[in-house]
Write a protein that binds this ligand. Structure first.
Ligand SMILES: [Fe+2]
Ligand SMILES: [Fe+2]
Length: 441
């Protein structure tokens, strides 16, 4: 089997029976169309019902109105016949745990738009798995047109295990935190040097190449699908020219964190690379929110977005086996996910991340944004703005299905975060519309 993963605003069509097309959905909708006679099928991941003319032209698959016609045209190019097509719809969750003004009903609007368009096109819907407050994985098997939808609802992950409240011991936590080594001295010096507009590209290159691990990981990342560059880069100076100083700093930061984020976090139901995708998405959206609100430094927002869920790496190492019981606890006591973490483990992933941030000597306001990103009401006034940015960016990522996990949709949205940033629902919809296809730069 060959697994092809598509993300927001992408589609894939195929006739290779070895291919399985897969996507992760929050309030976005996934539509699979399959012609059982020609054995040709495709899957599309759509973000909103419709976009402006320019956005729909640049990213047709992000929108229902332009995405479905584009998917059908590609299927027909591969030999599918419109009259034989069967459709399967999933996603459209309401990724918002409390009623608030930010609830744009995006999930429901997406579902209604798809149903109306399919009816107009006379394509029968064989399966509909939409709504709820949880993310889903949707898979289309090209061999036989089978569609599989795995929900990340806590119910789907229940273990039935008896609930234990022992909490993690400080020694366990300290040991794991000690094992997670921060960036090398050279990576930190490179970040500092790339902040100086007077620094020459040559001097930064000379510095970076002293650290072979950093150099290798920089190239691995910049030449990966995350960046999607038209040609491979082979020298640090080339990357600097291509990305600019700001882009290069982001690349160094991403490389430092990639080793922690790339792995599968089975406890949180996150496949390989999903936490990295979530971190990139949150960092990028946090930066956009900082720019729009004008009350938070862009670079702070970017870094806080990158590291906000680092505590999941800590808790996965300490307690992944206890997470199914934690989910049972959340359901039986009607708790939010972070509250269930606190009850079951003694701390939530925000607090675990803040401990790691302190160990890594990150600035206190960054540690605070990590600690309180699910509970911004607890932030002190001075720190509230950055906390609000990360809280909202995380929520927008979940809305779009960027790196969803077991906890997606199971934490509350604090609408005060919008007021603190002097933003409204229209500005959030503008940000949703402007999320780039490539999150890395
Ligand atoms: Fe989180
Ligand atoms: Fe998150």
């Amino acid at each position: 089997m060959r697994r092809i993963v598509i993300t927001v605003g992408e589609s894939h069509v195929d006739h290779d029976p070895e291919v399985v097309v897969e996507t992760f959905l929050g309030s976005c909708v996934g539509l699979a169309c399959y012609d059982p006679i020609r054995r040709v099928g495709g899957l599309i991941h759509m973000l909103l019902p419709e976009g402006t003319r320019e956005r729909a032209r640049d990213r047709p698959c992000a929108y229902v109105q332009s995405g479905i016609p584009s998917l059908l045209a590609r299927l027909e190019d591969l030999g599918a016949e419109r009259k034989s097509l069967r459709a399967y719809l999933a996603g459209g969750a309401r990724i918002c745990a409390v009623q608030g003004e930010i609830d744009l009903h995006i999930g429901l609007r997406n579902v209604l738009a798809v149903k109306a368009l399919l009816e107009e096109l006379a394509i029968p819907l064989e399966m509909v798995e939409t709504g709820g407050q949880f993310g889903r994985t949707m898979r289309l098997f090209i061999a036989d047109g089978r569609v599989e939808v795995v929900s990340f609802s806590a119910g789907g992950q229940r273990s039935g295990a008896a609930t234990q409240f022992s909490g993690l011991s400080e020694a366990e936590l300290r040991q794991v935190i000690g094992e997670l080594k921060p960036a090398s001295r050279i990576a930190l010096a490179a970040l500092e040097s790339a902040r100086d507009p007077a620094a020459s590209f040559h001097s930064i290159e000379r510095l970076v190449v002293q650290d072979q691990v950093l150099t290798a990981s920089l190239f691995k990342l910049v030449n990966s699908a995350w960046y999607g560059l038209p040609h491979k880069l082979g020298r640090i100076s080339e990357s600097l020219v291509y990305l600019g100083l700001e882009g290069f700093r982001k690349l160094v930061l991403q490389s430092c964190l990639h080793t922690f984020y790339a792995r599968r976090l089975s406890g949180y139901a996150m496949e390989e690379g999903v936490l990295f995708e979530h971190a990139l998405g949150c960092a990028r959206i946090a930066e956009m929110l900082a720019e729009k609100s004008g009350v938070v430094e862009r670079e702070d927002a970017y870094l806080a977005g990158l590291v906000h869920d680092i505590g999941k790496v800590v808790l996965e190492r300490c307690a992944s086996a206890r997470i199914p019981a934690l989910v049972d606890l959340m359901l039986s006591r009607n708790l939010f996910f972070y509250e269930a973490e606190k009850k079951m483990l003694g701390l939530d992933h925000g607090q675990a991340g803040a401990l790691l941030a302190a160990e890594w000597r990150l600035a206190p306001h960054l540690a605070e944004a990590i600690r309180l990103h699910h509970d911004p009401a607890a932030a002190l006034t001075d720190d509230l703005r950055l906390v609000a940015v990360i809280h909202l960016a995380d929520h927008i990522c979940n809305t779009c299905g960027i790196g969803i996990s077991l906890s997606t949709g199971t934490n509350p949205l604090n609408t005060q975060a919008l007021a603190v940033l002097r933003l409204n629902t229209a500005s959030i919809e503008e940000i949703l519309n402007a999320i780039p296809a490539r999150l890395a730069f």
